[in-house]
Structures are given as C-alpha cells and as structure tokens.
Design a protein around this ligand. Structure first.
Ligand code: SF4
Length: 83
C-alpha cells in the first residue's frame, strides 16, 4: 500500500504509533517516522491508525503518482530573490 503522512498537519499525538507500531514510530516527542510502502498485511492496522489520527494526517492509497510531488515552497521562492 502507499502511505503518506502530512507532516505539516501531524501534531505528534502518537495514536498511529500505538495502533500500528510496525509502520509508525515516534522519535522523540514530535518526530514521526513511517514506512510509506507498508506491507499489505498491515493494512488493517494502518486503517485503524488513520481513523484514530486526531488531525487526519494519514492518507492511505490516495497518492499514487510519484510524479506529482507537492512543490516545496522554499524552492519556489529561491528564484525570486534576485540571486
Ligand atoms: S496520530 Fe496523526 S498526529 Fe499523531 S503522530 Fe500519527 S500522524 Fe501524527
């Protein structure tokens, strides 16, 4: 499955790490690490984690096209400062 966590939205509540510890891991109090290509066998755990996330930061199978990344804001601004 394909898995994306919107880390701008994630508040580090760690619900996902409790419900799917093989896929989501907290490092420190707020840094979340996860497996974006989690095994299909983990789907039920991941779906529970996504449902439990208080800010709906976990997206499952909604980002299929690797060719359509969000544009990093820093890069968009890099060319406009005259340097
Ligand atoms: S449950 Fe949601 S807010 Fe909490 S760590 Fe996981 S993704 Fe982030």
């Amino acid at each position: 499955m394909r898995l994306v966590v919107d880390l701008n939205r994630c508040q580090g509540y760690a619900q996902c790490a409790f419900l799917a510890p093989d896929v989501f891991t907290m490092h420190g109090e707020e840094a979340l690490m996860y497996d974006p290509g989690a095994d299909e066998a983990r789907r039920e755990q991941v779906m529970r984690a996504a449902a439990a996330c208080p800010v709906q930061a976990i997206l499952v199978d909604q980002v299929d096209a690797p060719g359509t990344p969000e544009r990093p804001i820093a890069l968009e601004r890099a060319g406009t400062d005259g340097r």
